[in-house]
Design a protein around this ligand. Structure first.
Ligand code: PLP
Length: 375
């Protein structure tokens, strides 16, 4: 029985009629740009994450550039960012005029830590982009304790929780993506910035709107980057279901553990005190490409998302330094995303686990040791 890498269709099916009705209301109302749904979604999303303000923008990449600029990042500054992440986390830095400086991750959680950030700090560091990768929640307070401002890249962490609060409420500001495959996904591009700092929120609102409050006086070189009214209407229907979908993802992770997947490959580890809404379920295996080929052969969805880490991408050659990123390179070489969704059930998890077991029969039975244990 094939299992797809992700399933956004099944959870949305019961909401289809309501979503179509909301879209048709927007068409009828004809306020397509910054209309009532954007304003209402911004309030509802801010309440959901536990921040005072949410500002809708065109996508999660613009969100990072705009948030950094609103935090005062500009030419001559350095911004620390992990290299094991989606390319956009770092790509969004140079448009501010600042330089991305890559830092390493913790191999078990795939997230940055206070130690990996400390190793990249210089007197020019203005901010750190802390990526809550795969839905895990990086230790923001420990990183802020180094005395540096934190921008959370929460594109993959909508629905996750931590003892300190939800992603989006932990740093100076946070950014989200509503790309269709995300935990909270629209029917096109979309993004948001959350913050509890009223002045920062004010600057973000101006920057997303050509650097203007009123389209009469232009105070900054800004952007045309707004969350679309139709996307906001769609996201408003979905938001009340996000927690149940996140619980479905957590249940899927438990199904994998119960099926014995951890005896075959290294499972992702939640950061202490957090409960991830696994956006992607990413395991590690010394022969990840051979495992991928074996899963392909039996119709089990899989994907090596970041085989080439960002610092080794051609466009980033100007920003490479002598700093070594051993955990990043190990994660890049050994990771593989396997099926994960809000509706992945025990039977499907057992099916995937059996396929991994069959694939590992011709391979050495060594499960990758934990990075934390020094393995
Ligand atoms: C970690 C991370 N950061 C940033 C982005 C950029 O978001 P978008 O595709 O909405 O520009 C994404 C998603 O695509 C992402 O996964």
């Amino acid at each position: 029985m094939p299992v797809t890498l992700f399933d956004t269709h099944t959870p949305l099916a019961p909401l289809r009629a309501e979503i179509l009705e909301r879209i048709s209301e927007v068409v009828e109302d004809s306020r397509f740009i910054l209309g009532p749904n954007v304003g209402a979604f911004e309030r509802e999303f801010a309440d959901y994450v536990g921040a005072r303000h949410a500002i809708g923008v065109a996508n999660g990449t613009d969100a990072i550039t705009i948030a950094l600029r609103a935090m005062g990042v500009g030419p001559g500054d350095e911004v620390i960012v992990p290299s094991f992440t989606f390319y956009a986390s770092a790509e969004a830095v140079p448009p501010t005029g600042a330089t991305p400086v890559f830092c390493d991750i913790d191999l078990d959680t795939f997230c940055v830590t206070a130690d990996t950030v400390r190793a990249a700090l210089t007197p020019r560091t203005k901010a750190v982009i802390v990526v809550h990768l795969f839905g895990n929640v990086a230790p923001v307070a420990e990183i802020e304790a180094l005395g540096v401002a934190v921008l959370e890249d929460a594109a993959q962490a909508a629905g996750s929780t931590s003892q300190a609060g939800r992603p989006g409420s932990l740093g100076t500001a946070a950014t989200f993506s509503f790309f269709p495959s995300k935990n909270l996904g629209g029917f096109g591009d979309g993004g948001a910035i959350t913050t509890s700092d009223a002045d920062l929120a004010d600057r973000v609102r101006m920057l997303r709107f050509h650097g203007s409050r009123d389209k009469v006086t232009y105070e900054h070189i800004g952007y045309n980057s707004r969350l679309d009214e139709i996307q906001a209407a769609i996201l408003r229907v979905q938001l009340p279901h996000l927690d149940a979908w996140a619980d479905g993802r957590r249940a899927a992770a438990r199904h994998y553990a119960q099926a014995g997947l951890g005896e075959l490959v290294a499972l992702p580890v939640a950061v202490a005190g957090c409960d991830p809404a696994w956006h992607l379920y990413v395991v590690r295996d010394p022969r990840a490409d051979a495992l991928a080929a074996a899963l392909d052969a039996v119709g089990i969805g899989n994907k090596p998302y970041y085989r080439t880490p960002v610092h080794l991408q051609p466009a980033m050659s100007a920003y490479r330094t002598a700093v070594e990123l051993p955990a990043t390179e190990e994660a890049a070489r050994t990771h593989l995303a396997i099926p994960m969704s809000a509706v992945l059930d025990a039977e499907q998890a057992a099916e995937v686990t059996e396929a991994v077991r069959a694939a590992s029969e011709d391979r050495p039975r060594t499960v990758l040791a934990s990075g934390r244990d020094g393995g």
